[in-house]
Design a protein around this ligand. Structure first.
Ligand code: SP5
Ligand code: ZN
Length: 341
């Protein structure tokens, strides 16, 4: 399997607010380095440097003003004399006004964010856009007639919606790739999200559309981040009714029960007859992940890959979360090898 990878992800190395303290982000450059090293070590296949794409491609699923904000936020922040990371700190919840974009960068940061896990640093925009390009090039490669590809994206994307960042995510790489398939003649794309956390951003982007089937297995939002989406009754709206499928699972879920939901999910995707499948591949479902609560073992990831192969469609794997850095490479590549059979 061909891997797309751009080392510019190193330019994004941020802090986050966690447990009441600003501390180094769990989402570190070392994560992608570890996965790349495992790709090399296992001889999975060639590694290609992704092409560059224009902002308009990101703006197919994000608003233009949000893409502009990401591109200019660091400049606006440093114009105030700051030299450290920018973090959002005020949000337009419920009855507050969210129809007017603030002019001040402090207001914009909250307006365009869902949490304080998305610092803007000097290199964030460059890393973020190259991450999206990695997924775009992976999809182009599928559209050339190839059966699979691995987009080793970093930063991840699935918490980012049309107009907000969150959960270490800025541009929604999987959504951008799915939309690119449709823009180039695809009729239906399925996105299967196996990251431990609900892919709220991807769900939000495609919630009212029947041309993208979004299916997610994740920690029950009653007790897991992102807390405010991922319930079973979120099934889509309008023309998209029935094209959003959530499988919230309890803390402690192991392969035996995970596999029941995964098998059901894969059957539903197969029945949809998609032109392509995008896998939001988070391996934070691992038993020793430091911020998650499932109990999959490294061996289980081979079986996950085999289940995904049973869908029988061209498949783009897009890297999302996974934070036990010593194991993330093994687990991610086990999925890819399990897929190849
Ligand atoms: C892409 C992705 O996996 N994003 C995950 C974002 C999760 N952010 C909040 C996690 C909060 C977990 N708090 C645990 C603190 C342990 N001391
Ligand atoms: Zn995650």
């Amino acid at each position: 399997m061909l891997t797309f990878y751009n080392p510019d992800h190193h330019l994004h190395h941020a802090s986050e607010l966690k447990d009441g303290k600003v501390s180094p982000c769990f989402e570190l450059p070392h994560r992608a380095d570890t996965v790349l090293a495992r790709v090399r070590q296992t001889g999975l296949g060639e590694i290609a440097l992704p092409a560059h794409y224009a902002n308009e491609r990101y703006a197919r699923v994000h608003s233009e003003r949000y893409v502009h904000f990401l591109e200019t936020a660091w400049q606006e922040w440093t114009a105030l004399g700051h030299q450290h990371d920018a973090l959002p700190l005020v949000w337009p919840v419920r009855d507050l006004r969210s129809d007017i974009e603030p002019e001040h960068i402090d207001g914009k940061l909250g307006f365009y964010a869902m949490d304080a896990g998305v610092a803007i640093t000097a290199g964030t925009w460059q890393a973020v856009r190259r991450s999206a390009d990695t997924a775009l090039n992976g999809m182009d490669y599928l559209l050339q007639g190839n059966g699979s590809a691995f987009a080793l994206c970093r930063p991840p994307g699935h918490h980012a919606a049309a107009e907000y960042m969150g959960g270490y995510c800025y541009l929604n790489n999987a959504a951008i790739a799915a939309q690119s398939c449709l823009d180039q003649g695809g009729k239906r794309v399925a996105i299967l999200d196996v990251d431990f956390h609900h892919g709220n951003g991807t769900q939000s982007i495609f919630y009212d559309r029947p041309d993208v089937l979004f299916v997610s297995l994740h920690g029950d939002p009653r007790c897991s981040y992102p807390y405010f989406s991922g319930h079973r009754d979120e099934t889509g709206k309008g023309a998209g009714q029935g094209f959003n499928l959530n499988y919230p699972l309890p803390h402690g879920t192991d392969w035996e029960s995970y596999a029941v939901s995964l098998s059901d999910a894969c059957q539903r995707i197969h029945a949809y007859q998609p032109d392509a499948v995008v896998i939001s591949l988070g391996v934070d479902t691992f038993e020793n992940d430091p911020i998650s609560h499932f109990r999959l073992t490294s061996q289980d990831y081979f079986k996950m890959g085999a289940a995904i192969a049973s869908i029988g469609a061209p498949t783009l794997f897009v890297m999302e979360g996974g934070y036990m850095v010593d194991e993330i490479g093994i687990n991610a590549v086990n999925v890819l090898q399990g897929f190849e059979g």
